[in-house]
Design a protein around this ligand. Structure first.
Ligand SMILES: Nc1ncnc2c1ncn2[C@@H]1O[C@H](COP(=O)(O)OP(=O)(O)OP(=O)(O)O)[C@@H](O)[C@H]1O
Ligand SMILES: [Mg+2]
Length: 462
């Protein structure tokens, strides 16, 4: 019940309330009209009998003038012809009523149910007449409420018409006023929807009724604060990323400055030892010196890898297209039986998108090779109107159902996409022939990344 009440629109609730009030008024008015009509009929009937009796008495009180009593009685009855409320008649000595007056009929005739509702039971009133009329019949009067009921019926019809007009115009005016009053609420609802989707730009014009102006003002303040909170959040996030990046660069620099020179020294020393041992023709020492040099080479590679992890944006100074081509070549050399192809229709979409796309492609291809045993992997990166679309499709064994838990790859790919305001899905291909990873990342205004060589790393490890 509570849910139903909440679900009803304000307009419906107000109209319902008005309808209930009008119905109540109608019922009360009908009851009062009914009571009034009953009283009126009774009063009219009593008054009519009184007036009728007086008329009859006046007509017959001068007994000397009565030459023909029977005729006089009949004339008296005829005097009441056309009376709207009274019927006069002569009760014959044998109890019959042969002579009676005609009731004056009204135009309006009430329906039977209404007549039954206001029925007024009247009994004939026999008027005492002077003795001269004895033996010629008795003069009687009886009320007839028919005309009075007809009048009440006309009044009620008129009343009902006025009430119907009042209700119709009341509802029409209410609908009009409600429509105007609720318009700002409709605007407010749609503005709240937009706020809910993360768009804090809508504002409501602050004019109209006092309450609505305050509502609009409150909304505008809230939207303004949300917008500024979002912008400071973004700044904070960017700041945090910058600090993180700076810390990583600092670490990379330390690693480079502290470790690389030492490696270089050890390499040079090992080379010297090898030369001396070659001169002394000591093969055992030459072998050890070579082993040290090869270990140093491995160490250099490892340091290069660590530096690359710490400074990914520097390491990926290549364009996105080139780095994906590199990735394809790298995996192709290790999995010659798998045909890996890439179609990237632009060099770069800015550092953030490039980094995200690069990482997603790396993880998606690695998943295909690790879990799917495919014969073919196709990478596509293309530009749509508002976003960069990425797809990595393989024709391997497909996803196990449910996806094995415990891995972080898919989670990481999704996080990267959502962090940039995009989305990523990992699904079976429609024809069940493998797995499709699809991502859509909104484009940023970030300027294209300049192609720059990682001289720092090259210098560090050369
Ligand atoms: N291309 C694919 N073909 C078949 N199965 C896949 C593919 N990609 C993902 N999966 C399934 O989804 C699971 C989750 O992948 P996810 O990358 O999250 O974790 P992982 O690769 O197992 O581990 P991690 O990536 O953390 O090293 C995998 O274990 C695998 O079962
Ligand atoms: Mg994985």
């Amino acid at each position: 019940m509570q849910k139903l009440k909440l679900a009803m629109s304000l307009r419906f609730q107000l109209l319902g309330t008005i309808a209930i009030v009008l119905l109540g008024t109608l019922l009360l008015a009908a009851w009062l009209t009914y009571r009034h009509a009953l009283n009126k009929i009774e009063t009219e009937m009593v008054a009519a009998i009184g007036v009728g009796s007086r008329i009859a008495h006046n007509a017959v009180d001068d007994v000397e003038e009565v030459v023909n009593p029977r005729r006089r009685l009949e004339l008296l009855v005829a005097d009441f012809d056309g009376d709207r409320h009274l019927k006069a008649f002569i009760i014959e000595p044998n109890g019959q009523t042969n002579v009676q007056s005609k009731i004056g009929a009204d135009e309006s005739e009430a329906p039977a149910w209404f007549e039954n509702l206001l029925r007024y039971d009247s009994k004939p009133v026999v008027l005492p007449l002077p003795d001269v009329f004895d033996g010629f019949g008795k003069f009687a009067l009886q009320t007839d409420a028919g005309n009075e009921i007809g009048e009440a019926w006309s009044d009620i019809q008129l009343f009902a018409k006025i009430l119907a007009f009042f209700c119709a115009s009341g509802v029409a005016v209410t609908l009009y006023i409600l429509g105007r009053a609720l318009k700002p609420l409709r605007l407010l609802t749609s503005a709240f929807h937009q706020i809910g989707t993360g768009n804090y730009t809508p504002r409501i014009s602050e004019h109209g009724a006092q309450e609505l102006v305050e509502l609009a003002r409150g909304f505008n303040q809230m939207a303004g604060r949300l917008a500024s909170a979002e912008s400071s959040n973004k700044q904070l996030l960017a700041h945090a990323e910058t600090i993180q990046e700076e810390e990583r660069i600092e670490l990379a620099r330390n690693l480079h400055d502290e470790i690389s020179p030492l490696l270089f020294c050890v390499d040079v020393d090992a080379m010297s030892i090898r030369r001396i041992a070659e001169r002394a023709d000591d093969e055992a020492i030459v072998g050890h010196a070579n082993a040290i040099q090869s270990a140093i080479d491995d160490l250099k590679e490892n340091v290069k890898g660590i530096l690359g992890d710490l400074r990914p944006s520097t390491l990926h100074a290549l364009s996105l297209k080139d780095s994906i081509d590199d990735l394809v070549a790298f995996w192709g050399a290790r999995h010659p039986s798998v045909h890996i192809e890439a179609d990237v229709n632009r060099d770069s979409w800015g550092a953030k998108i490039d980094d995200a796309v690069g990482s997603i492609v790396r993880e998606a291809v690695s998943n295909s090779l690790k879990h799917g045993t495919p014969r073919k992997i196709a990478i596509t990166v293309s530009e749509a109107s508002e976003c960069v679309a990425l797809e990595v499709r393989d024709n391997g064994g497909g996803l196990k159902c449910p996806i094995t838990e415990g891995g972080f790859g898919i989670l990481g790919m999704k996080e990267r996409a959502t962090k940039l305001g995009g989305m990523l899905t990992v699904e079976m291909a429609h024809d069940k022939s493998g797995v499709v990873v699809k991502a859509s990342l909104p484009k940023t205004n970030e300027p294209e990344r300049a192609k720059r060589k990682n001289e720092f790393i090259e210098a560090a490890v050369s």
